[in-house]
Design a protein around this ligand. Sequence first.
Ligand code: UD1
Ligand code: CA
Length: 472
Amino acid sequence: MPESASPSLMTVILAAGKGTRMASSRPKVLHQLRGRPMAYYALDLARSISSDRILMVLGHEADMVRANVEDSYPGVEYVVQEPQLGTGHALLQCLSQLEGFHGNVLVLSGDVPALTADKLENLLKTQMNSEAEVAILTSFLPDPTGYGRIIRNQTEAITAIREQKDLNPDEESIGEVNMGVYLFKTAFLVRELPLLSNDNAQGEYYLTDLVQAAAASGETVSAFILKDPDEALGINTLLELSDMEKRMREDTLRKLLEGGVRIIDPTTTYVDESVEVEADAVLHPITFLYGATRIGSGTVIHPGAVVTDSVIGSDVQILPYSVINDSRIDDRASVGPFARLRPGTHIGPEAKIGNFVEVKNAHLGEGSKVSHLTYVGDAQLGRNVNVGAGSVTCNYDGFSKHQTVIEDGVFVGSGTMMVAPVVLGANSIVGAGSTITEDVPPDSLALGRARQEVKEGWARRWREKITGKGNS
Ligand code: UD1
Ligand code: CA
Protein backbone atom coordinates (compact mmCIF):
# COMPACT_ATOMS: atom_id res chain seq x y z
CA MET A 1 0.00 0.00 0.00
CA PRO A 2 1.45 3.43 -0.86
CA GLU A 3 2.52 5.54 2.07
CA SER A 4 -0.04 8.33 2.48
CA ALA A 5 1.10 11.81 3.51
CA SER A 6 -1.98 12.61 5.55
CA PRO A 7 -3.84 10.29 7.92
CA SER A 8 -7.15 8.91 6.74
CA LEU A 9 -10.19 11.03 7.33
CA MET A 10 -13.71 10.16 8.42
CA THR A 11 -16.26 12.93 8.10
CA VAL A 12 -19.34 12.80 10.30
CA ILE A 13 -22.28 14.99 9.38
CA LEU A 14 -24.67 15.70 12.24
CA ALA A 15 -28.18 15.85 10.85
CA ALA A 16 -30.43 14.19 13.41
CA GLY A 17 -31.90 17.33 14.95
CA LYS A 18 -35.50 18.33 14.33
CA GLY A 19 -34.65 21.93 13.65
CA THR A 20 -37.28 23.18 16.08
CA ARG A 21 -36.41 26.81 15.41
CA MET A 22 -37.34 26.38 11.74
CA ALA A 23 -40.96 26.13 12.95
CA SER A 24 -41.62 23.74 10.08
CA SER A 25 -42.59 20.08 9.86
CA ARG A 26 -39.92 19.48 7.22
CA PRO A 27 -36.60 18.17 8.58
CA LYS A 28 -34.14 21.06 8.64
CA VAL A 29 -31.53 19.46 6.39
CA LEU A 30 -34.15 18.85 3.69
CA HIS A 31 -35.09 22.50 3.45
CA GLN A 32 -34.00 23.71 0.04
CA LEU A 33 -31.25 26.22 -0.40
CA ARG A 34 -30.97 27.40 -3.99
CA GLY A 35 -32.99 24.43 -5.14
CA ARG A 36 -31.00 21.76 -3.28
CA PRO A 37 -31.52 20.22 0.16
CA MET A 38 -29.26 21.81 2.77
CA ALA A 39 -27.79 18.35 3.52
CA TYR A 40 -26.20 18.26 0.06
CA TYR A 41 -23.89 21.15 0.93
CA ALA A 42 -22.32 19.26 3.82
CA LEU A 43 -22.08 16.10 1.71
CA ASP A 44 -20.40 18.01 -1.13
CA LEU A 45 -17.91 19.42 1.35
CA ALA A 46 -17.18 16.00 2.79
CA ARG A 47 -16.51 14.73 -0.71
CA SER A 48 -14.43 17.67 -1.83
CA ILE A 49 -11.90 17.24 0.97
CA SER A 50 -11.56 13.56 0.00
CA SER A 51 -12.99 11.95 3.10
CA ASP A 52 -12.20 8.24 3.18
CA ARG A 53 -15.51 7.59 4.90
CA ILE A 54 -18.62 9.74 5.25
CA LEU A 55 -21.05 9.08 8.08
CA MET A 56 -24.34 10.84 8.45
CA VAL A 57 -26.14 10.85 11.78
CA LEU A 58 -29.89 10.85 11.23
CA GLY A 59 -32.74 10.95 13.70
CA HIS A 60 -35.76 13.15 13.13
CA GLU A 61 -37.48 11.78 9.98
CA ALA A 62 -34.41 9.62 9.39
CA ASP A 63 -36.03 7.58 6.60
CA MET A 64 -37.15 10.65 4.71
CA VAL A 65 -33.75 12.30 4.96
CA ARG A 66 -31.99 9.12 3.91
CA ALA A 67 -34.32 8.62 0.95
CA ASN A 68 -33.49 12.13 -0.26
CA VAL A 69 -29.75 11.66 0.05
CA GLU A 70 -29.02 8.03 -0.80
CA ASP A 71 -29.21 8.09 -4.58
CA SER A 72 -27.23 11.27 -5.03
CA TYR A 73 -24.48 10.29 -2.59
CA PRO A 74 -23.72 6.58 -2.81
CA GLY A 75 -21.26 5.19 -0.28
CA VAL A 76 -22.44 7.29 2.67
CA GLU A 77 -22.86 5.34 5.92
CA TYR A 78 -25.88 6.13 8.08
CA VAL A 79 -26.11 6.07 11.86
CA VAL A 80 -29.42 6.63 13.61
CA GLN A 81 -29.62 8.70 16.78
CA GLU A 82 -32.87 8.00 18.61
CA PRO A 83 -33.80 9.93 20.71
CA GLN A 84 -31.82 13.08 19.95
CA LEU A 85 -30.09 14.07 23.16
CA GLY A 86 -27.62 16.60 21.81
CA THR A 87 -24.67 16.96 19.45
CA GLY A 88 -22.32 14.97 21.74
CA HIS A 89 -24.87 12.16 21.95
CA ALA A 90 -25.13 12.25 18.15
CA LEU A 91 -21.42 11.65 17.75
CA LEU A 92 -21.52 9.00 20.47
CA GLN A 93 -23.76 6.92 18.19
CA CYS A 94 -20.78 6.61 15.83
CA LEU A 95 -18.59 4.90 18.40
CA SER A 96 -18.78 1.45 16.81
CA GLN A 97 -17.85 2.94 13.43
CA LEU A 98 -14.78 4.47 15.08
CA GLU A 99 -13.53 1.09 16.26
CA GLY A 100 -10.45 0.11 14.32
CA PHE A 101 -10.29 3.47 12.58
CA HIS A 102 -7.02 5.28 13.12
CA GLY A 103 -7.28 8.57 11.30
CA ASN A 104 -8.91 11.87 12.13
CA VAL A 105 -12.60 12.55 12.50
CA LEU A 106 -14.02 15.72 11.04
CA VAL A 107 -17.42 16.73 12.37
CA LEU A 108 -19.67 18.96 10.30
CA SER A 109 -23.21 20.11 10.95
CA GLY A 110 -25.91 19.61 8.39
CA ASP A 111 -26.91 23.24 8.82
CA VAL A 112 -23.72 25.11 7.83
CA PRO A 113 -24.11 25.25 4.05
CA ALA A 114 -21.84 28.13 3.07
CA LEU A 115 -18.61 26.62 4.31
CA THR A 116 -15.97 25.97 1.65
CA ALA A 117 -13.38 23.25 1.28
CA ASP A 118 -10.39 25.59 1.51
CA LYS A 119 -11.39 26.57 5.05
CA LEU A 120 -11.56 22.91 6.02
CA GLU A 121 -8.13 22.33 4.46
CA ASN A 122 -6.87 25.10 6.73
CA LEU A 123 -8.39 23.36 9.71
CA LEU A 124 -6.72 20.08 8.70
CA LYS A 125 -3.37 21.89 8.39
CA THR A 126 -3.84 23.64 11.73
CA GLN A 127 -4.36 20.28 13.37
CA MET A 128 -1.42 18.64 11.61
CA ASN A 129 0.98 21.44 12.50
CA SER A 130 -0.05 21.61 16.13
CA GLU A 131 -0.54 17.87 16.65
CA ALA A 132 -3.63 18.91 18.61
CA GLU A 133 -6.16 16.33 19.79
CA VAL A 134 -8.89 18.78 18.88
CA ALA A 135 -8.96 21.56 16.28
CA ILE A 136 -11.96 23.82 15.81
CA LEU A 137 -13.14 26.57 13.49
CA THR A 138 -13.92 29.84 15.21
CA SER A 139 -14.78 33.33 14.14
CA PHE A 140 -15.73 36.73 15.50
CA LEU A 141 -19.36 37.69 15.08
CA PRO A 142 -20.70 41.22 15.58
CA ASP A 143 -23.68 39.57 17.23
CA PRO A 144 -22.57 36.27 18.79
CA THR A 145 -25.96 35.55 20.36
CA GLY A 146 -26.93 31.90 20.11
CA TYR A 147 -23.47 30.59 19.36
CA GLY A 148 -21.16 28.75 21.72
CA ARG A 149 -18.44 31.15 22.95
CA ILE A 150 -14.75 30.33 22.91
CA ILE A 151 -13.29 30.56 26.39
CA ARG A 152 -9.54 31.27 26.47
CA ASN A 153 -7.21 31.58 29.48
CA GLN A 154 -4.60 34.27 30.19
CA THR A 155 -2.22 32.66 27.71
CA GLU A 156 -4.94 32.67 25.06
CA ALA A 157 -5.17 28.87 25.13
CA ILE A 158 -8.69 27.53 24.54
CA THR A 159 -10.10 25.95 27.67
CA ALA A 160 -13.79 25.48 26.86
CA ILE A 161 -16.74 26.26 24.62
CA ARG A 162 -19.68 27.65 26.55
CA GLU A 163 -23.18 27.44 25.07
CA GLN A 164 -25.34 30.56 25.05
CA LYS A 165 -27.70 29.25 27.73
CA ASP A 166 -24.84 28.33 30.06
CA LEU A 167 -22.91 31.61 29.82
CA ASN A 168 -21.83 33.48 32.92
CA PRO A 169 -22.82 37.15 32.59
CA ASP A 170 -19.19 38.22 32.08
CA GLU A 171 -18.85 35.78 29.14
CA GLU A 172 -21.72 37.21 27.11
CA SER A 173 -19.50 39.87 25.58
CA ILE A 174 -17.09 37.28 24.14
CA GLY A 175 -17.19 37.75 20.37
CA GLU A 176 -15.27 34.62 19.39
CA VAL A 177 -17.70 31.83 18.62
CA ASN A 178 -17.70 28.14 17.77
CA MET A 179 -18.66 27.60 14.13
CA GLY A 180 -19.58 23.95 14.81
CA VAL A 181 -16.77 22.33 12.80
CA TYR A 182 -14.34 20.08 14.64
CA LEU A 183 -11.42 17.81 13.91
CA PHE A 184 -10.64 15.10 16.45
CA LYS A 185 -8.12 12.34 16.76
CA THR A 186 -10.04 9.08 16.83
CA ALA A 187 -8.40 7.72 20.00
CA PHE A 188 -9.39 10.89 21.84
CA LEU A 189 -13.02 10.52 20.78
CA VAL A 190 -13.19 6.86 21.70
CA ARG A 191 -11.84 7.71 25.14
CA GLU A 192 -13.81 10.90 25.86
CA LEU A 193 -17.19 10.55 24.12
CA PRO A 194 -18.63 8.04 26.63
CA LEU A 195 -17.65 10.38 29.47
CA LEU A 196 -19.79 13.35 28.33
CA SER A 197 -22.47 14.44 30.77
CA ASN A 198 -25.69 16.34 30.25
CA ASP A 199 -25.28 18.51 33.28
CA ASN A 200 -26.08 21.85 31.64
CA ALA A 201 -28.87 24.33 31.05
CA GLN A 202 -30.43 22.30 28.21
CA GLY A 203 -29.88 18.84 29.72
CA GLU A 204 -28.16 17.78 26.48
CA TYR A 205 -24.93 15.98 25.74
CA TYR A 206 -22.86 18.76 24.21
CA LEU A 207 -20.21 17.89 21.66
CA THR A 208 -18.62 21.17 22.63
CA ASP A 209 -17.76 19.79 26.09
CA LEU A 210 -15.05 17.68 24.43
CA VAL A 211 -13.01 20.87 24.16
CA GLN A 212 -13.06 21.33 27.90
CA ALA A 213 -12.25 17.63 28.37
CA ALA A 214 -9.19 17.97 26.13
CA ALA A 215 -7.97 21.13 27.84
CA ALA A 216 -8.52 19.64 31.30
CA SER A 217 -6.34 16.64 30.48
CA GLY A 218 -3.58 18.92 29.22
CA GLU A 219 -4.13 18.35 25.50
CA THR A 220 -3.77 21.13 22.97
CA VAL A 221 -6.91 22.58 21.41
CA SER A 222 -6.07 24.59 18.34
CA ALA A 223 -8.32 26.88 16.37
CA PHE A 224 -8.43 28.17 12.85
CA ILE A 225 -10.07 31.59 12.93
CA LEU A 226 -12.30 32.38 9.94
CA LYS A 227 -11.94 35.97 8.76
CA ASP A 228 -15.34 35.98 7.11
CA PRO A 229 -17.81 34.45 9.57
CA ASP A 230 -20.59 34.51 6.96
CA GLU A 231 -19.12 31.34 5.55
CA ALA A 232 -19.83 29.28 8.60
CA LEU A 233 -23.15 30.72 9.68
CA GLY A 234 -25.50 28.06 10.97
CA ILE A 235 -29.04 28.00 9.65
CA ASN A 236 -31.47 27.65 12.53
CA THR A 237 -34.50 29.60 11.32
CA LEU A 238 -36.30 30.17 8.03
CA LEU A 239 -35.23 33.80 8.23
CA GLU A 240 -31.58 32.74 8.38
CA LEU A 241 -32.22 30.39 5.47
CA SER A 242 -33.59 33.13 3.24
CA ASP A 243 -30.79 35.51 4.30
CA MET A 244 -28.30 32.82 3.27
CA GLU A 245 -30.11 32.25 0.00
CA LYS A 246 -29.94 35.96 -0.75
CA ARG A 247 -26.25 36.17 0.10
CA MET A 248 -25.38 33.18 -2.12
CA ARG A 249 -27.52 34.52 -4.96
CA GLU A 250 -25.78 37.89 -4.80
CA ASP A 251 -22.38 36.16 -4.91
CA THR A 252 -23.35 34.32 -8.06
CA LEU A 253 -24.67 37.47 -9.71
CA ARG A 254 -21.54 39.41 -8.75
CA LYS A 255 -19.37 36.81 -10.48
CA LEU A 256 -21.54 36.97 -13.60
CA LEU A 257 -21.41 40.77 -13.64
CA GLU A 258 -17.63 40.66 -13.27
CA GLY A 259 -17.57 38.23 -16.19
CA GLY A 260 -19.36 40.68 -18.49
CA VAL A 261 -22.96 39.56 -18.17
CA ARG A 262 -25.38 42.47 -18.24
CA ILE A 263 -27.89 42.09 -15.41
CA ILE A 264 -30.41 44.89 -15.50
CA ASP A 265 -31.81 44.36 -12.01
CA PRO A 266 -29.86 41.99 -9.75
CA THR A 267 -32.51 42.20 -7.04
CA THR A 268 -35.00 40.31 -9.20
CA THR A 269 -32.66 38.00 -11.10
CA TYR A 270 -32.30 34.42 -9.88
CA VAL A 271 -29.43 32.35 -11.20
CA ASP A 272 -28.24 29.05 -9.75
CA GLU A 273 -24.53 28.74 -9.12
CA SER A 274 -24.42 25.87 -11.61
CA VAL A 275 -25.56 28.08 -14.50
CA GLU A 276 -22.99 29.35 -17.01
CA VAL A 277 -23.61 32.64 -18.76
CA GLU A 278 -21.20 34.06 -21.35
CA ALA A 279 -20.15 37.69 -21.50
CA ASP A 280 -22.52 40.06 -23.31
CA ALA A 281 -25.60 38.04 -22.55
CA VAL A 282 -28.37 40.21 -21.08
CA LEU A 283 -30.58 39.15 -18.20
CA HIS A 284 -33.69 41.28 -17.80
CA PRO A 285 -35.56 41.67 -14.49
CA ILE A 286 -37.57 38.79 -13.08
CA THR A 287 -35.63 36.06 -14.83
CA PHE A 288 -34.84 32.64 -13.45
CA LEU A 289 -32.00 30.44 -14.66
CA TYR A 290 -31.75 27.09 -12.93
CA GLY A 291 -29.71 23.89 -12.90
CA ALA A 292 -27.41 22.84 -15.73
CA THR A 293 -28.26 25.83 -17.91
CA ARG A 294 -25.82 27.54 -20.29
CA ILE A 295 -26.45 30.85 -22.01
CA GLY A 296 -24.31 32.05 -24.94
CA SER A 297 -23.01 35.54 -25.61
CA GLY A 298 -25.35 38.15 -27.01
CA THR A 299 -28.40 36.19 -25.93
CA VAL A 300 -31.13 38.21 -24.29
CA ILE A 301 -33.33 36.70 -21.61
CA HIS A 302 -36.41 38.88 -21.35
CA PRO A 303 -38.61 39.40 -18.27
CA GLY A 304 -40.47 36.49 -16.80
CA ALA A 305 -38.42 33.75 -18.43
CA VAL A 306 -37.83 30.57 -16.43
CA VAL A 307 -35.06 28.42 -17.90
CA THR A 308 -34.09 25.09 -16.34
CA ASP A 309 -31.38 22.62 -17.43
CA SER A 310 -31.21 24.06 -20.93
CA VAL A 311 -28.45 25.01 -23.33
CA ILE A 312 -29.05 28.26 -25.18
CA GLY A 313 -26.63 29.40 -27.88
CA SER A 314 -25.48 32.89 -28.89
CA ASP A 315 -27.62 35.84 -29.98
CA VAL A 316 -30.83 34.05 -29.05
CA GLN A 317 -33.90 36.00 -27.95
CA ILE A 318 -35.92 34.45 -25.15
CA LEU A 319 -38.94 36.72 -25.15
CA PRO A 320 -41.05 37.47 -22.06
CA TYR A 321 -42.75 34.78 -19.98
CA SER A 322 -41.29 31.77 -21.69
CA VAL A 323 -40.80 28.57 -19.68
CA ILE A 324 -38.02 26.32 -20.92
CA ASN A 325 -37.04 22.93 -19.53
CA ASP A 326 -34.34 20.50 -20.56
CA SER A 327 -34.10 21.95 -24.06
CA ARG A 328 -31.49 23.14 -26.53
CA ILE A 329 -31.81 26.36 -28.50
CA ASP A 330 -29.26 27.15 -31.20
CA ASP A 331 -27.73 30.45 -32.24
CA ARG A 332 -29.92 33.34 -33.38
CA ALA A 333 -33.17 31.50 -32.67
CA SER A 334 -36.10 33.29 -31.06
CA VAL A 335 -38.53 31.89 -28.52
CA GLY A 336 -41.67 33.42 -27.07
CA PRO A 337 -43.27 35.50 -25.73
CA PHE A 338 -45.33 33.00 -23.73
CA ALA A 339 -43.69 29.89 -25.17
CA ARG A 340 -43.32 26.61 -23.37
CA LEU A 341 -40.45 24.31 -24.30
CA ARG A 342 -40.64 20.95 -22.57
CA PRO A 343 -37.94 18.29 -22.25
CA GLY A 344 -36.30 17.04 -25.42
CA THR A 345 -36.87 20.17 -27.46
CA HIS A 346 -34.14 21.24 -29.87
CA ILE A 347 -34.66 24.52 -31.70
CA GLY A 348 -32.24 24.86 -34.61
CA PRO A 349 -30.34 28.00 -35.61
CA GLU A 350 -32.45 31.00 -36.62
CA ALA A 351 -35.63 29.06 -35.96
CA LYS A 352 -38.58 30.79 -34.37
CA ILE A 353 -41.09 29.73 -31.76
CA GLY A 354 -43.79 32.31 -31.23
CA ASN A 355 -46.45 33.05 -28.67
CA PHE A 356 -48.54 30.35 -27.03
CA VAL A 357 -46.59 27.56 -28.65
CA GLU A 358 -45.79 24.36 -26.74
CA VAL A 359 -42.99 22.10 -27.93
CA LYS A 360 -41.99 18.74 -26.48
CA ASN A 361 -39.47 16.11 -27.59
CA ALA A 362 -39.14 17.71 -30.98
CA HIS A 363 -36.50 19.10 -33.30
CA LEU A 364 -36.95 22.19 -35.44
CA GLY A 365 -34.39 22.54 -38.24
CA GLU A 366 -32.64 25.74 -39.19
CA GLY A 367 -34.91 28.67 -39.99
CA SER A 368 -38.17 26.86 -39.29
CA LYS A 369 -41.05 28.83 -37.80
CA VAL A 370 -43.88 27.89 -35.50
CA SER A 371 -45.23 31.29 -34.69
CA HIS A 372 -48.63 31.11 -33.03
CA LEU A 373 -50.82 28.96 -30.79
CA THR A 374 -49.49 25.56 -31.73
CA TYR A 375 -48.56 22.22 -30.16
CA VAL A 376 -45.55 20.37 -31.53
CA GLY A 377 -44.83 17.10 -29.70
CA ASP A 378 -42.79 14.06 -30.72
CA ALA A 379 -41.92 15.65 -34.04
CA GLN A 380 -39.04 16.16 -36.43
CA LEU A 381 -39.23 19.35 -38.44
CA GLY A 382 -36.68 19.91 -41.19
CA ARG A 383 -35.28 23.26 -42.34
CA ASN A 384 -37.43 26.23 -43.34
CA VAL A 385 -40.68 24.64 -42.33
CA ASN A 386 -43.57 26.97 -41.57
CA VAL A 387 -46.34 25.79 -39.30
CA GLY A 388 -49.39 28.03 -39.37
CA ALA A 389 -51.31 29.26 -36.36
CA GLY A 390 -53.31 26.87 -34.27
CA SER A 391 -51.87 23.63 -35.61
CA VAL A 392 -51.45 20.45 -33.59
CA THR A 393 -49.32 17.35 -33.93
CA CYS A 394 -51.83 14.83 -32.60
CA ASN A 395 -49.18 12.59 -31.06
CA TYR A 396 -51.24 10.57 -28.59
CA ASP A 397 -53.89 8.01 -29.43
CA GLY A 398 -54.84 7.36 -25.83
CA PHE A 399 -52.31 4.53 -25.53
CA SER A 400 -49.00 5.53 -27.03
CA LYS A 401 -47.12 8.45 -28.53
CA HIS A 402 -46.37 8.68 -32.26
CA GLN A 403 -44.01 10.72 -34.41
CA THR A 404 -44.80 13.46 -36.86
CA VAL A 405 -42.15 14.13 -39.50
CA ILE A 406 -42.29 17.41 -41.43
CA GLU A 407 -39.55 17.54 -44.02
CA ASP A 408 -37.64 20.57 -45.34
CA GLY A 409 -39.59 23.45 -46.79
CA VAL A 410 -43.08 22.22 -45.88
CA PHE A 411 -45.81 24.82 -45.44
CA VAL A 412 -48.48 23.73 -42.98
CA GLY A 413 -51.58 25.91 -43.26
CA SER A 414 -53.20 27.26 -40.12
CA GLY A 415 -55.39 25.05 -38.04
CA THR A 416 -53.93 21.77 -39.28
CA MET A 417 -54.27 18.58 -37.26
CA MET A 418 -51.42 16.18 -38.04
CA VAL A 419 -52.52 12.78 -36.80
CA ALA A 420 -49.33 10.85 -36.02
CA PRO A 421 -47.65 8.75 -37.17
CA VAL A 422 -47.52 10.82 -40.32
CA VAL A 423 -44.89 12.18 -42.72
CA LEU A 424 -45.24 15.45 -44.62
CA GLY A 425 -42.83 15.18 -47.58
CA ALA A 426 -40.36 17.90 -48.50
CA ASN A 427 -41.76 21.13 -49.93
CA SER A 428 -45.35 19.96 -49.69
CA ILE A 429 -48.18 22.33 -48.78
CA VAL A 430 -51.03 21.52 -46.46
CA GLY A 431 -54.20 23.54 -46.87
CA ALA A 432 -55.42 25.41 -43.80
CA GLY A 433 -57.85 23.55 -41.61
CA SER A 434 -56.76 20.12 -42.79
CA THR A 435 -56.76 16.97 -40.75
CA ILE A 436 -53.84 14.97 -42.09
CA THR A 437 -54.05 11.26 -41.40
CA GLU A 438 -52.00 9.93 -44.31
CA ASP A 439 -48.46 10.63 -45.47
CA VAL A 440 -48.11 13.54 -47.89
CA PRO A 441 -45.71 13.01 -50.83
CA PRO A 442 -43.04 15.66 -51.49
CA ASP A 443 -44.04 18.72 -53.52
CA SER A 444 -47.76 17.94 -53.31
CA LEU A 445 -50.75 19.80 -51.93
CA ALA A 446 -52.72 18.03 -49.25
CA LEU A 447 -56.24 19.04 -48.32
CA GLY A 448 -58.06 17.14 -45.64
CA ARG A 449 -61.26 18.99 -44.92
CA ALA A 450 -64.90 19.14 -45.97
CA ARG A 451 -65.47 21.02 -49.22
CA GLN A 452 -66.99 24.43 -48.70
CA GLU A 453 -70.63 24.89 -49.59
CA VAL A 454 -72.09 28.35 -50.36
CA LYS A 455 -75.82 29.07 -50.32
CA GLU A 456 -76.33 32.48 -51.84
CA GLY A 457 -78.88 34.73 -50.14
CA TRP A 458 -79.41 32.23 -47.34
CA ALA A 459 -78.25 34.59 -44.58
CA ARG A 460 -80.54 37.39 -45.72
CA ARG A 461 -83.56 35.12 -45.89
CA TRP A 462 -82.84 33.75 -42.46
CA ARG A 463 -82.57 37.24 -40.91
CA GLU A 464 -85.85 38.27 -42.48
CA LYS A 465 -87.53 35.21 -41.12
CA ILE A 466 -86.24 35.81 -37.60
CA THR A 467 -86.89 39.56 -37.40
CA GLY A 468 -89.86 39.74 -39.69
CA LYS A 469 -88.25 42.57 -41.73
CA GLY A 470 -85.70 42.99 -44.51
CA ASN A 471 -82.23 44.54 -44.40
CA SER A 472 -82.20 48.30 -43.73
C1 UD1 B 1 -24.08 24.24 17.86
C2 UD1 B 1 -22.98 24.29 18.91
C3 UD1 B 1 -22.59 25.75 19.14
C4 UD1 B 1 -22.14 26.37 17.84
C5 UD1 B 1 -23.23 26.21 16.76
C6 UD1 B 1 -22.66 26.63 15.41
C7 UD1 B 1 -23.39 22.42 20.43
C8 UD1 B 1 -23.85 22.00 21.77
N1 UD1 B 1 -23.45 23.71 20.15
O1 UD1 B 1 -25.21 24.89 18.38
O2 UD1 B 1 -21.51 25.81 20.06
O3 UD1 B 1 -21.86 27.73 18.03
O4 UD1 B 1 -23.63 24.83 16.64
O5 UD1 B 1 -23.60 26.56 14.38
O6 UD1 B 1 -22.96 21.57 19.66
N2 UD1 B 1 -27.90 17.46 16.00
C9 UD1 B 1 -27.97 16.07 16.04
N3 UD1 B 1 -28.46 15.49 17.17
C10 UD1 B 1 -28.86 16.19 18.25
C11 UD1 B 1 -28.79 17.60 18.20
C12 UD1 B 1 -28.29 18.20 17.05
O7 UD1 B 1 -27.61 15.39 15.08
O8 UD1 B 1 -29.29 15.57 19.22
C13 UD1 B 1 -27.38 18.09 14.78
C14 UD1 B 1 -28.39 19.04 14.16
O9 UD1 B 1 -29.20 18.34 13.21
C15 UD1 B 1 -27.49 20.08 13.51
C16 UD1 B 1 -26.22 20.07 14.33
O10 UD1 B 1 -26.26 18.88 15.10
O11 UD1 B 1 -27.17 19.74 12.17
C17 UD1 B 1 -26.14 21.27 15.27
O12 UD1 B 1 -27.26 21.28 16.12
P1 UD1 B 1 -28.00 22.61 16.55
O13 UD1 B 1 -29.09 22.26 17.47
O14 UD1 B 1 -28.31 23.43 15.38
O15 UD1 B 1 -26.82 23.30 17.41
P2 UD1 B 1 -26.68 24.85 17.74
O16 UD1 B 1 -27.62 25.22 18.80
O17 UD1 B 1 -26.72 25.63 16.49
CA1 CA C 1 -27.22 25.15 14.33
